[in-house]
Design a binder for this molecule. Structure first.
Ligand SMILES: [Zn+2]
Length: 338
């Protein structure tokens, strides 16, 4: 149920630098209207290390804590602004969208780009370029969370409500927001392909030239024995629904993927991505296979037992060229602890 949707992917190519900023950090930009969402004034009691006194404050505290956790793993050089809202998202009694996120822009051929003529999310691009290429007040990532959970209405996820604690998963009948934010921010930072999975087309520049994206560089179809950049659009359409044959070839994930013990999660020794027989918009390809066991943060649906662990997500970021710190065992908390 941690389904996610890519919101925006605008093709722009950026060159040069506008200004240099010394320290890097995430800034959560509250885009909710007065008295709603992140501004909800309803008084609440502190919960699980979250000492916000209103619903809005507690929500913001979780977003900021999750962003800070990512900041520990990424060598940020500039400010990354995340526009955030709580909105009514799709929900029914048994499933629903918990959150969504995506990059607001992408860039290619910027200073410090790891691979030429390849799209990177704007957050990764400005980090590598050590320069904010977007004017102030604009956000680099957009993310939304489903406000309907707090209605406690059985029509939405059987009445499950958000848990805003920063300590653990929370009691039965709740969904912890913290791991959902970790998951969504990862999409905004680069855990996604920009390929149109219905057409197989790669995102084009303003001049109409299709470019690879950093994520698809590491996608391979084991059945047809081709990497995604070497395929035609039609071949990518076929591969996008070719479970269980689509895998991640990046060396850092490969070196660490033995934390996943279920052989079903692999094809030809490489960890599979989610490629169900029908395209699931916002889920297909841009997640690990749900067959991974122990479960991973970046599966399409939230798995109980995951709270603050990032498991293979930093490894994938390293593969696509993010500067990543690996502080050891912290990646493998909870169910990965020895
Ligand atoms: Zn997702």
């Amino acid at each position: 149920m941690m389904r996610a949707v890519v919101l925006v992917a605008l093709g722009i190519t950026l060159f040069g630098s506008l200004e240099n900023i010394e320290a890097g950090q995430f800034v959560i930009v509250n885009l909710d209207p007065p008295n709603a969402g992140l501004n909800d004034p309803e008084p609440v009691s502190p919960v699980g290390g979250n000492d916000g006194t209103t619903l809005g404050e507690q929500r913001m505290n979780v977003l900021e804590a999750a962003a800070a956790r990512w900041a520990n793993f990424l060598e940020l050089t500039v400010e990354i602004r995340v526009g955030a809202t709580f909105e009514e998202l799709e929900c029914d009694p048994t499933s629903g969208v918990l959150g969504t996120a995506g990059p607001n822009n992408v860039a290619a051929n910027f200073t410090g780009a790891p691979v030429a003529d390849t799209w990177y999310t704007i957050a990764q691009a400005i980090t590598l370029a050590e320069s904010d290429l977007i004017l102030a007040d604009n956000q680099h990532i957009s993310t939304r969370y489903n406000v309907r959970l707090d209605d406690g209405d059985s029509d939405c996820l059987g009445g499950n409500t958000w848990y805003y604690g920063l300590d653990d998963e929370g009691p039965f009948g709740t969904v912890p927001l913290f791991p959902v934010v970790l998951h969504e921010l990862a999409h905004g930072l680069g855990f996604l392909t920009l390929v149109d999975l219905e057409s197989g087309a790669r995102l084009e520049t303003g001049d109409g030239d299709p470019l690879n994206d950093a994520y698809m560089l590491f996608l391979r179809d084991q059945e047809v024995e081709k990497d995604w950049p070497d395929m035609t659009d039609a071949e990518r359409v076929d591969s996008a629904v070719n479970d269980p044959n689509v895998v991640w070839t990046g060396p850092t994930v490969d070196a660490m993927s033995n934390m996943v013990t279920d052989p079903a999660a692999f094809s030809g020794g490489l960890l599979r991505v989610h490629a169900p027989g029908e395209i699931e918009d916002g889920s297909s390809i841009s997640h690990w296979t749900p067959d991974a066991d122990p479960p991973l943060l970046m599966e399409p649906a939230r798995q109980p037992g995951i709270f603050d662990e990032l498991d293979l997500t930093p490894a994938l970021f390293s593969d696509i060229g993010w500067p990543v710190n690996f502080p050891g065992i912290e990646i493998f908390r909870d169910r990965f602890e020895p």
